[in-house]
Design a protein around this ligand. Structure first.
Ligand SMILES: *[C@@H]1O[C@H](CO)[C@@H](O)[C@H](O)[C@H]1NC(C)=O
Ligand SMILES: *[C@@H]1O[C@H](CO)[C@@H](O)[C@H](O)[C@H]1NC(C)=O
Ligand SMILES: *[C@@H]1O[C@H](CO)[C@@H](O)[C@H](O)[C@H]1NC(C)=O
Ligand SMILES: *[C@@H]1O[C@H](CO)[C@@H](O)[C@H](O)[C@H]1NC(C)=O
Length: 540
């Protein structure tokens, strides 16, 4: 269920034989402002609404493929995380009830759906909020010593539990099989029988050595849940309630239980069917998923440093566009091998006739959630729905580019000392079009120090960090990247290694960073160039 989207064609793909800018990955633009009252956001959401109207009417999208509007009911939202608007992060929503829907209720953003394997994200988030990421390298046996004494009926093919870390379990890298074979160990609607599970699954053969290749295992998340329960002495459902649902006001989210099932869209699930609850049993709504996603992007439950470590891949899959994280299924969207890449941290799920899909894009500062039910009894494939949204994320990157130009580009300083930043024409970042300080052409000096002719100098700055600042607004740091446009282009092997050359060959007084000082409206009022000891005020 990974995105089939061929690419986000954000920038023109150039042939390999010509010079290409090499931006620093994930440092293209600050995320755009995703506020639904803005005209640009209204235009954006109108466009996506129109696309959904068409695919529902025709049953297909010209590029992304077919859907089944006769049977698939769904709800989709897009939300913002950058603005810390935890109370109402949704800026787009679309709800559709299939004509064949047997239950009278109409789908809304408050309709409760089982989310299937998307539950794994909830289990990992609970772990991070409760215990943190310092335990990723702990062997599972530290938290579940019982695993050490399981009779290894699989002999030398048994899992080496002492080598399986919590981080490997969370990132699909444990090399263990999909689920517990014991019919009595786990059912969707009740807590697992831990002893039975450990006895049965603990002695099952390994598929791979840990940390070899990604394989999705529902049992892996159940082991994480047992480790969590042995620390908290509370059932996972209680811990999730206390750690996620209550603080995030996700009032319509819960875990499946045999005794009380909330009103679901479509015929209910069989809560006694076998399955690991920690991987499969959460119920939620798209509006609630928006609260969860927004809290991840805004680091409202975790320290921001933990979030940054969390939102990176752990390993690649056979399709290099798709990586895995904890427990992310990451899509690296981009036009070509060295074109800018926008990562979308996805997690999808299925259980019964229900399907779910959630994605976060830190570059865009937003995300999406889709929940669906299919009357056919078979869970709908949500790839087309997700592709429509992911394609829209490309539009948001374009908005981010425009916003960045409005905020930072321009001429600063006056006669004598002057710097000009322009929109880069061949990709993200801002081009340093001129820089003169104390009568000296700093561009010329930079080119000379790097051993290139000034007409071949491609000097850009990329957004790096934000500070509170001393003035009315924030201070935004940009980091310099210098490229030689006449450098030999590797035939056939795309090379993009500016990350190795940041700060290299600068020469004395070389400019490695600049600091934009924003006014109260979020527009750069001045720029500080620490290497030259000057601060220049905006001229135009
Ligand atoms: C959907 O339902 C309409 C009306 O009953 C029918 O004409 C159409 O063929 C159906 N489409 C599919 C793909 O089954
Ligand atoms: C987000 O908002 C919460 C509650 O208003 C606040 O405690 C937190 O510090 C804010 N986080 C950021 C990153 O601004
Ligand atoms: C939905 O419809 C099915 C089949 O008609 C029925 O068994 C079930 O009870 C209904 N569920 C709700 C929540 O109304
Ligand atoms: C629910 O699942 C259990 C366990 O697999 C099975 O015995 C039972 O027949 C199922 N019930 C229904 C209504 O399908």
């Amino acid at each position: 269920m990974l995105l089939s989207l061929p690419l986000l064609a954000l920038w023109p793909t150039l042939s390999l034989a010509v010079y290409q800018a090499c931006p620093l990955i994930q440092a293209y633009y600050p995320p755009p402002t995703l506020v639904k009252s803005l005209d640009v956001i209204k235009a954006f959401t109108d466009k996506i609404t129109a696309t959904f109207d068409i695919i529902i009417r025709t049953g297909k999208h010209d590029v992304f493929g077919e859907i089944s509007p006769n049977t698939t009911s769904f709800s989709v939202v897009m939300f913002s995380g950058a603005n810390n608007e935890t109370s109402d992060p949704v800026f787009f929503s679309y709800h559709y009830t299939a004509p064949g829907a047997r239950n009278v209720s109409k789908v809304t953003g408050d309709t409760v759906f089982p989310i299937g394997t998307l539950t794994q994200l909830f289990t990992v988030y609970t772990w991070l909020a409760k215990i943190g990421d310092q335990a990723w390298d702990d062997p599972i046996t530290k938290h579940l010593p019982e695993l050490k004494s399981v009779p290894a009926s699989a002999g030398e093919q048994a899992v080496a539990w002492g080598d399986v870390t919590i981080g490997a379990l969370a990132s699909h890298m444990a090399g263990i099989s999909r689920s517990c074979k014991s019919a009595n160990a786990c059912a969707l609607g009740k807590a697992c029988d831990k002893q039975d599970f450990i006895k049965s699954f603990g002695s099952a053969p390994a598929l791979f050595l840990p940390d070899t290749t990604p394989i999705l295992s529902n049992a892996a998340f159940q082991l994480i849940a047992f480790a969590l329960t042995s620390a908290s002495k509370k059932p996972l459902s209680t811990t999730m309630q206390e750690t996620l649902f209550r603080p995030l006001k996700m009032t319509q989210s819960s875990t499946l239980s045999e005794s009380k099932l909330p009103k679901l869209f479509g015929p209910g699930l069989n809560t006694s069917a076998p399955g690991e609850p920690a991987a499969l049993s959460v119920l939620s709504t798209t509006f609630n998923l928006a609260l969860l996603g927004s809290s991840i992007l805004g680091s409202t439950l975790l320290p921001a440093a933990v979030t940054r470590r969390w939102l990176h891949p752990v390993a690649a899959t056979s399709n290099l566009r798709n990586g895995v994280g904890r427990p992310w299924e990451i899509y690296h969207a981009g036009g070509s091998a060295i074109a800018p890449v926008v990562d979308i941290f996805l997690k999808g799920g299925e259980v019964g006739a229900y399907s779910s899909y959630m994605g976060l894009s830190p570059d865009v500062g937003g995300g999406f959630a889709i929940l669906a039910y299919d009357e056919s009894g078979k869970a709908a494939d949500l790839n087309v729905h997700a592709d429509v949204i992911a394609d829209g994320l490309g539009d948001l990157v374009v908005l981010a580019a425009k916003e960045a130009v409005g905020r930072y580009a321009g001429v600063y300083g006056a006669s004598g000392d002057v710097v000009e930043f322009k929109a880069a024409r061949d990709g993200p970042g801002l081009a340093v079009a001129q820089l003169v300080v104390g009568g000296k052409d700093v561009r010329g000096e930079m080119a000379k120090a790097a051993g290139m002719r000034v007409e071949n100098l491609d000097w850009k700055v990329y957004p790096a960090m934000k500070y509170k600042g001393k003035g009315k607004g924030e201070t935004h740091q940009f980091v310099a990247v210098v490229q030689d446009m006449s450098a030999l282009v590797d035939a056939g092997t795309p090379t993009c290694i500016t990350w190795m050359t940041v700060g290299a060959n600068l020469g004395p007084g070389g400019v490695d960073r600049v600091l934009f000082e924003l006014d109260g409206k979020g527009v750069a009022a001045s720029v500080k160039i620490p290497a030259r000891g000057v601060t220049l005020t905006r001229a135009k």
